[in-house]
Each structure stands twice: as structure tokens, then as C-alpha cells.
Design a protein around this ligand. Structure first.
Ligand SMILES: [Zn+2]
Length: 293
């Protein structure tokens, strides 16, 4: 998706931090990862630190003042993340109340490098982008987008990258809606609460895409140009390559639905498209039967 060059960006809810030098202080909680704990198996990286204690981030905050306008989002991936946040913020300001909940934005969208201490424990780039419910923040190492192409064979493109942010923002909306508290996230399998939660986040991402070109900056300039079919195809492709079945095939060559946490490639594409066609109000993945998922 392409930003209008003169749309004004607001960097106030996005931060960038350098290499972590944090100190463990205990605590920690569930983490909602778009991709993969399974990435750890593929890449041979140990993610067990995430399950451990929370850390106080002591990273130096770096400036995002290079991100002034939509033209910067079109040219720079970090500014693209700022632009995506701005559009999602505007979209959910209206849409969250329509779903019956007061809107408050994410506390922070944190663009980190290598590793970072979060309210959900220590995270590394190998964790993949995730939303942390206790601190209501999204954590993204933008090098993940290179991995999507090189490790997962995704076609790439700016909408596929913004889809990742929109999916994580969907988890924030779920947190506001109380979905995170109501569901059993330890459950796995193709009709589990975990998969239903992830598919709803994909559906919310699709709903934002459908409305993204109507979202506006503070001066009423629309952030994004209308989405093209090729861009939607890139986003669907991204949803597909991080389907549990595809990842299992890549990893062990064997597909075991009982361990799924995010849904199959087909499920993820289906629910992204459901949101795209019918909006956020159609994203009830919890009250339908397993065969309809
Ligand atoms: Zn997710």
C-alpha cells in the first residue's frame, strides 16, 4: 500500500530502541506472537528466555524524527511502521466503539534491534513480532520482514509488512474487548481458542486494509492510496506463509494439526479476506463451529 506523500506522520506512539542491556526483575506473562515459536526450531534459536522474567528496558531511545510525511513511509521501513500505526490509530478510534468497547491506543509500538526487555519477558528478533498484553505494546524488529522473504518465501511488499502491524494491533483490540482474558491460550489445535484468537486478529487486519485509504491525518489528509489487487495478494501471501501447516512442512516435513496455535495457511487467508470483505463486525471467530473456522 502506498502513502500519500503529503500525509503528516505522528511519531509519538512509536519508539525505536537500540541493543538491550536490561536487568531481569522477575514477572512475565503470556505473549502473543504472529509467527512463531516454531521459528526457533527452524532457525535453531532458543526462545526460552521469553517465558522467564520480565526485564527493565534500559536501551537508549533513538529518534524517529526522520518520519515526517507519507513520502518518508514510502521510502523507509521504520517510517512505514509509524504510518501504519497512525492509520490503525485513526481506524480503531471509530471502529472499536462500533464493536462495543472504548478505544485506547497501544502504549507503544517498539521497533527494536536484536533483543529487548518487555512486560512479557525478554524477547529477541527470532521471536518474531508480537503484542504483549500486560504492557499493551507491540514489539517488532523490522529485520523480520527480510526473514519473511528469505526464510518463508513471502512475496513481500509494503502491505504485507503493514499486515503484520495490523495483526498485532488486532491483538490489542482483543485485549480491550476482553478476549485475552476469556480465552484459554494454552489450548492448541485447529479449532482451539489460540487459533480462534489468531484468526480474529487476521480478520481485524483485513478489516483495516479495507478502510485504510479512508483514514486521515490531523489535517484531514488521507494516509493511504486505495489498495491494489497485487498488494492484497502480497498480504494474503504473508498470511499464508506463516500458517502453521506451512511452517510445519518447512520445519519437520510433517503436519500435526493438534499442535497448531495460529491456524493453517487456508484459515489465515480466509479470515483476512472475511475482514476485508465484511469489516471488523464480521470477525467473530469464537461463536462459530470448528468446521466453519
Ligand atoms: Zn498473533
Amino acid at each position: 500500500m502506498t502513502f500519500n506523500d503529503n500525509a503528516k506522520l505522528d511519531t509519538s506512539r512509536v519508539s525505536k530502541r537500540g541493543r538491550n542491556t536490561g536487568i531481569a526483575v522477575g514477572g512475565g506473562s503470556a505473549v502473543v506472537v504472529i509467527g512463531l515459536f516454531l521459528l526457533s526450531q527452524l532457525l535453531g534459536v532458543d526462545l526460552t528466555g521469553l517465558a522467564g522474567g520480565a526485564q527493565q528496558g534500559t536501551q537508549n531511545e533513538e529518534s524517529l524524527e526522520k518520519c515526517d510525511f507519507g513520502s518518508d513511509a514510502n521510502a523507509d521501513v521504520e517510517c512505514l511502521m509509524v504510518g501504519a500505526e497512525n492509520s490503525l490509530y485513526d481506524y480503531w478510534t471509530d471502529e472499536a466503539p462500533a464493536l462495543g468497547v472504548a478505544f485506547t491506543p497501544t502504549n507503544d509500538i517498539n521497533l527494536f534491534t536484536d533483543s529487548i526487555g518487555t512486560g512479557c519477558g525478554q524477547a529477541s528478533s527470532a521471536t518474531g513480532p508480537f503484542y504483549c498484553p500486560p504492557d499493551q505494546s507491540i514489539y517488532i524488529d523490522t529485520s523480520f520482514f527480510d526473514e519473511l522473504r528469505t526464510q518463508f518465501g513471502a512475496t513481500g511488499g509494503t502491505l504485507s509488512e503493514m499486515y503484520v502491524v495490523a495483526h498485532e494491533y488486532g491483538h490489542h483490540i482483543q485485549n480491550l474487548l476482553g478476549v485475552m482474558d476469556r480465552t484459554d491460550r494454552t489450548d492448541t489445535g485447529p479449532t482451539s481458542d489460540s487459533v480462534r484468537t489468531e484468526l480474529q486478529a487476521d480478520c481485524f487486519a483485513g478489516a483495516w486494509v479495507a478502510a485504510a485509504s479512508t483514514t486521515e491525518d490531523v489535517d484531514g489528509v488521507t494516509f493511504l492510496k486505495p489498495v491494489t489487487d497485487a498488494q492484497v495478494a502480497d498480504a494474503l501471501n504473508a498470511a499464508s506463509v506463516i500458517g502453521d501447516d506451512r511452517i510445519q512442512e518447512m520445519g519437520s516435513g510433517q503436519v500435526n494439526p493438534e499442535t497448531w496455535t495460529h491456524g493453517s495457511s487456508e484459515q489465515r487467508e480466509k479470515w483476512f479476506q472475511a475482514g476485508l470483505k465484511n469489516g471488523a463486525g464480521s470477525c467473530d471467530t469464537f461463536s462459530i463451529s470448528g468446521s466453519e473456522l
